[in-house]
Design a protein around this ligand. Structure first.
Ligand SMILES: *Cc1c(COP(=O)(O)O)cnc(C)c1O
Length: 358
């Protein structure tokens, strides 16, 4: 092969459309109303960048943020975000005192977490959301442990160490029947806690899926994640069909053009940047206004068959975007790679610069 054109510095980038994010959040807020929107910004806002997404989401009508772990909550506080924050994944090194004193609300699944709060010696009560497992078996007190967790929290509330704000759980989103069963289970757990003296200020259960299709699961707030980033939580509908706009466009420049009968071009992004290697036989990238099949994916580059397209080094190739210019969406890539859009967007490596527009 003959390299006929090349550039020296291949720089892929993820372009984040904050206007699209705001439109999605406003759209979801209208669907969920009167329930409020807690925007899930875990995993660096699903790969979009924590702070810009948090700020845009709050501007668009989200009233609180779900951060997963305390350090992310502290990052937002240090950046001046004043909205309520919920963190629920805790470990032995969780800084409970910093969380409480920076008003990071805490999802609580186990007694040891309450013990840690009591031992933290913070200058104010911890605001806690007691989490019950309703079938997902992932982070949440089992129904057997639930009464004990509630009693411990109420005892600490008496002593002014915690304020029990919420009861909550998370749905598996596997099937409507399963979610209905989990909802019934949640109602039972709440009633059981109330019978023991709990007076919850709010209840929450739904994420994107139930938030959109299961009104009876919305309670006081919906924790929207993937839908806010423009993707469908359902197999039977795309994000576009739900009125959502993908908020990330992943692109990289052509770095080399080879001519050998047909034109093969090297694009400056590879599996080290988060491009999946599975399913590349089906994959294509958008180049010079058309879809060009992917031939190979390497660590920092990929090879694309550009056919007879006129391509020059430096031209942008779009891997995925909103889908409005003929390019694939992250949902399309997820189909090729046999995964979900969540993994496509969250998997874009940290070394790929995020560029904000809108
Ligand atoms: C990730 C997450 C969400 C958001 O889920 P989506 O399906 O992306 O909307 C909500 N709640 C909890 C507890 C989560 O972990």
């Amino acid at each position: 092969m003959t390299i006929v054109d090349a550039i020296a510095e291949p720089l892929p980038r993820a372009v984040i459309d904050l206007a699209a994010l705001r439109r999605n959040v406003a759209h979801l807020a209208a669907i969920a109303a009167p329930a409020e929107v807690m925007l899930a910004v875990k995993a660096d806002a699903y790969g979009h960048g924590l702070l810009p997404i948090a700020e845009a989401g709050l501007e668009a009508g989200a009233t609180s943020l779900a951060v997963l772990e305390v350090p992310a909550g502290l990052v937002l506080r240090r950046a001046g975000v004043t909205a309520p924050l919920l963190a629920w994944l805790h470990g032995q090194d969780t800084d409970w005192r910093a969380a409480i004193e920076n008003d990071v609300q805490l999802g609580i699944s186990a007694r040891w977490q309450l013990d840690a709060i009591a031992a933290a010696g913070a200058d104010r009560p911890a605001v806690v959301h007691l989490k019950v497992d309703t079938g997902l078996s992932r982070n949440g007190a089992t129904r057997a442990d639930w009464p004990g967790l509630v009693d411990s929290a109420l005892a600490l509330q008496e002593r002014g160490i915690v304020r029990v704000r919420a009861a909550w759980s998370h749905l598996a989103d596997a099937s409507l029947e399963e979610d209905r069963r989990a909802l019934a289970e949640f109602h039972e757990a709440v009633a059981e806690a109330q019978a023991r003296g709990a007076r919850f200020e709010i209840l929450h259960l739904a994420a994107s899926s139930a938030g959109i299709r299961m009104p009876e699961a919305r309670f006081d707030l919906v924790r929207f994640g993937i839908a806010a980033y423009g993707f469908s939580p359902f197999d039977d509908a795309t994000g576009a069909e739900l009125g959502l706009i993908p908020t990330m466009r992943l692109e990289a420049p052509v770095t080399e053009v080879h001519v050998d009968g047909t034109t093969r071009v090297r694009i400056g992004i590879g599996y080290g940047d988060g491009v999946p290697t599975l399913g590349i036989a089906k994959a294509s990238v958008q180049l010079a206004g058309r879809r060009c099949p992917v031939v190979a994916v390497e660590v920092d580059s990929m090879l694309v068959d550009a056919g007879d397209a006129r391509v020059r080094a430096g031209d942008p190739a779009i891997l995925f975007g909103p889908g409005t210019d003929g390019e694939a969406t992250a949902e399309t890539w997820a189909d090729w790679a046999e995964t979900i859009a969540d993994e496509m967007i969250t998997g874009v490596a940290a070394r790929v610069p995020r560029v904000y527009v809108g």
